[in-house]
Design a protein. Structure first.
Length: 294
């Protein structure tokens, strides 16, 4: 096992321990990085920063040897910064992302993962342009150095960002390319049509189209659906169409060692599977029928 591998998972953040509780949860899974929302992903309500026990969480991170700058924040799902056809939503999405960047900065994290949005019927090219303009406005006004990692999408509905070429266009149209990067999701690229099993080819194509220097974080998820399904349904590691061997290749690939890798796999009977999945992936050893015996 390479001790430099950054591997963790999504964790919650709620009352009463907030960020301190998130850190404790991640440590209990054997994670050395993690991803969290700064509030509920389904609404815009956010607790004040000074109530979230951030300093207490940071102290525990130091004791655990976890670098706070390697943590990942995920933007909520309620925004769509790619659709100008709904001016109120477009404006509110931009302002909310500014707020999330400032909150991310307050935690000490340096990366905010963002779903690029959907064109909702008026065309991908227009949506890409709208998103690029929104990002420029955001970066002009947020006052931080936090980067946005645009997530690769599966292609359900009218999503944009379903190919490396589309994400490259988004980045190229922005005046703030230095603050943009990518979150590569294994389930999403599988469902979008990439041969996720040929890891070297995926990374070579990514490097050619976008540049590996722009790869800021990976989401490691098996998929319930075959390649090109455009479904976006995550599965536990080793129980989907991608499989343990392929996911483990991403964990241990030399080009990805220093990139935070985050599990977003489903809970099993109400319990988080992350401790077992992290253990197996770090050791590169699949335990047969682990889910049935969980």
């Amino acid at each position: 096992m390479n001790k430099n591998i950054l591997l963790g998972c999504h964790v919650g953040m709620g009352s009463p321990n907030y960020f301190l509780g998130s850190v404790k949860e991640a440590i209990s899974y054997g994670a050395n990085t993690f991803m969290f929302y700064t509030g509920a992903p389904q609404n815009s309500f956010r607790k004040p920063i000074n109530e979230l026990l951030i300093e207490e969480g940071k102290e525990l991170l130091v004791k655990a040897g976890i670098d706070v700058t390697k943590l990942i924040v995920h933007a909520p799902y309620i925004i769509n910064p790619a659709n100008k056809n709904r001016p109120d939503l477009y404006h509110n999405s931009k302002e909310f992302i500014i707020s999330e960047l400032r909150r991310t900065y307050a935690f000490g994290a340096k990366i905010l993962v963002l779903h690029p949005g959907a064109h909702v019927g008026y065309g991908s090219e227009e949506a890409i342009q709208s998103l690029a303009e929104a990002l420029d406005y955001i970066f002009e006004n947020d006052g931080t150095d936090v980067k946005i990692a645009i997530e690769t999408m599966a292609g359900k509905g009218t999503e944009i960002g379903i190919s490396f070429e589309e994400i490259s266009k988004i980045i190229s149209k922005s005046r703030y390319k230095n603050r943009l990067g990518v979150c590569l999701d294994t389930c999403h690229i599988n469902d979008a049509g990439y041969n996720v099993h040929d890891v070297d080819s995926v990374l070579e194509t990514f490097d050619k189209v976008i540049g590996l220097d722009k790869l800021l974080v990976c989401h490691l998820n098996d998929s319930k659906n075959p390649v090109g399904a455009h479904k976006d349904r995550h599965e536990n590691i080793g129980y989907g169409e991608i499989g343990f061997e392929t996911i483990s290749k991403y964990v241990h690939h030399p080009l990805l060692i220093n990139i935070p890798k985050i599990l977003e796999t489903p809970y099993i009977d109400g319990k988080a599977p992350y401790k077992k999945e992290i253990e197996m992936l770090l050791s590169n050893k699949l335990i047969d029928n682990w889910k049935e015996n969980f």
